[in-house]
Design a protein. Structure first.
Length: 251
């Protein structure tokens, strides 16, 4: 009977030490307070009352960084929301090197975001967000790497600027659009003038072409209703017409 009780107790103790870790989990096992091993995924066993574990999720975590108010390099106050993607690549460091690794990563992201934006002008923050985000992500990753955390990506979710600055940016954008419109118009006029110059050179080589063009223009003008057209004829045409009229009048 005693032997049966002992065997049963051993079986229960053995069963109580069984653990299961999912594919995306790792278990950091400590034995009497000292690091022993990393277990998982799947079924594994720890010594009851002697070993205990801390389970770590190694999947990528998406964390929103609360809105931060900071000042750009050109002294413009801005409010920025950001999102950080990170994952734990070394469960041992994530447990032994820092307390509450998730909170630590967010706090580093907050401070780095504030200081990082101060190195860029407002134009850089608005127009080169990819470059700014990459730079901030690299700085966060440099801090979190000793904790076994890899920062995969940082994105600025929203950038708010003062209303007065918004008006100034809108006026600048309007001025740039007007500038481009004037340049395009001037370019078109230049091309039209070049084409007219080439046409005039061709016409001057054949004066009859000029008269044909003039007659075509008269036809186009005459097609309009309620119009009166005064035509200046060349002196040669007038002299020829007079000669024909005199010949008709003779008996």
């Amino acid at each position: 009977m005693t032997l049966l009780v002992v065997v049963l107790a051993i079986v229960l103790v053995g069963i109580s030490g069984l653990r299961v870790a999912n594919q995306y989990q790792r278990a950091v096992v400590l034995r009497l307070g000292r690091f022993q091993a990393i277990r998982g995924p799947g079924l594994y066993w720890i010594i009851p009352l002697v070993e205990w574990q801390f389970t770590v999720d190694i999947r990528t975590v998406t964390a929103a960084v609360e809105q931060q108010e900071t000042i750009t390099k050109d002294n413009v106050p801005v409010k920025i929301n950001a999102v950080v993607w990170y994952r734990i690549f070394d469960p041992k460091k994530a447990i032994l090197e820092v307390r509450s690794v998730d909170n630590a990563v967010i706090q580093v992201a907050l401070t780095t975001l504030r200081t990082g934006i101060g190195r860029y002008t407002l134009d850089d923050v608005l127009k080169e967000q990819e470059i700014v985000s990459t730079s901030i992500g690299e700085k966060i990753d440099a801090v979190t790497e000793p904790w076994g955390v890899k920062v995969e990506r940082v994105e600025m979710k929203n950038v708010e600027i003062p209303e007065s600055m918004q008006r100034a940016i809108a006026q600048e954008a309007e001025a740039l659009r007007e500038k481009r419109a004037r340049i395009i118009k001037a370019q078109a006029e230049l091309e039209a003038a070049e084409q007219l110059r080439r046409a005039s050179e061709i016409i001057m080589q054949n004066p009859a072409g000029l008269e044909l063009r003039r007659m075509q223009m008269i036809t186009e003008v005459g097609a309009e209703q309620n119009t009166m057209t005064i035509v200046m004829m060349p002196s040669e045409f007038v002299a020829m017409a007079r000669g024909i009229a005199e010949m008709v009048k003779r008996p």
